[in-house]
Design a binder for this molecule. Structure first.
Ligand SMILES: *Cc1c(COP(=O)(O)O)cnc(C)c1O
Length: 242
């Protein structure tokens, strides 16, 4: 048992080291500082022991995509100064679990959801940093707003911007399967959309780009990603049977 546990800790520490090196290399290749890219370790479906192993290796940001899975882990790390990121599709009846548990919400897809999270956060005296999820491929099977629907959503929200949330930027999933050129073009379009919205609506803190996963984070960083969401390359393959 002790052997299995120390092996888990060693594997995760090694994987984290490799990912950090790759992040630094991709950032420098783009003339960016490695510290400008925040690594979010996506621990969904993995155990609290796996999270503890990453924490022991210095990791502080973690991503989860269901409230149910996340709440089996978050309380175990109370007081350890971790930041939890909700990266999955959020049903409005689960919004009440965000404030107090998650510092960041990456998947705002309507003004109504933003207002709901804001009201719940404000009631608790919390503030949630929010990203709007953009569906760059306009794929109806995927979540998020098509780029052309972002202005209307933001205008609706900005008419009476609620307290309890901060609008921090955009989140997107890269195309898959895709060539390197296709990935980079898609990520560049997300960056341009953020720049455009930031200027058009004078959004001071709208600086973040959450893009890049195990298979495409190097390309995303080359195109300006400020947050990469990495699961498999740190924790290994997911086991959905658990
Ligand atoms: C699972 C997931 C990730 C991490 O994916 P990997 O390919 O395992 O790195 C990133 N973002 C979202 C939204 C996810 O659901």
């Amino acid at each position: 048992m002790i052997g299995a546990m120390s092996q888990l800790f060693a594997t995760i520490a090694r994987n984290l080291g490799t990912v950090r090196e790759q992040i630094a290399t991709a950032a420098r290749a783009a003339g960016r500082a490695p510290e400008a890219v925040r690594l979010i370790a996506v621990s969904k479906t993995h155990t609290a022991e796996a999270v503890a192993a990453a924490v022991a290796a210095g990791q502080r940001d973690f991503g989860e995509n269901t409230v149910q899975d996340a709440l089996t882990k978050i309380p175990a790390f109370a007081g350890q100064d971790l930041q939890w990121h909700f990266i999955g599709h959020l049903q409005s009846n689960k919004a009440k679990f965000i404030p107090g548990n998650f510092a960041w919400l990456h998947s705002i897809d309507s003004a109504a959801l933003a207002r709901r999270v804001a009201r719940l956060a404000h009631e608790q005296g919390a503030t949630v940093d929010c990203l709007i999820e953009v569906n760059i491929a306009r794929d109806p099977a995927k979540h998020g707003l098509a780029p052309e629907h972002l202005p209307a959503m933001l205008e609706e929200l900005l008419r009476d911007l609620p307290m309890g949330i901060r609008l921090r930027g955009l989140m997107a999933m890269g195309p898959y399967p895709a060539s390197e050129a296709e990935m980079r073009a898609a990520f560049a379009s997300v960056r341009e959309t953020r720049d455009d919205l930031q200027r058009r609506y004078a959004l001071a803190g709208f600086t973040e780009l959450s893009m890049g996963m195990s298979g495409d984070y190097r390309e995303a960083i080359r195109e300006g990603s400020t947050m990469v969401r990495i699961g498999t390359a740190i924790f290994g393959e997911r086991d959905y049977r658990q």
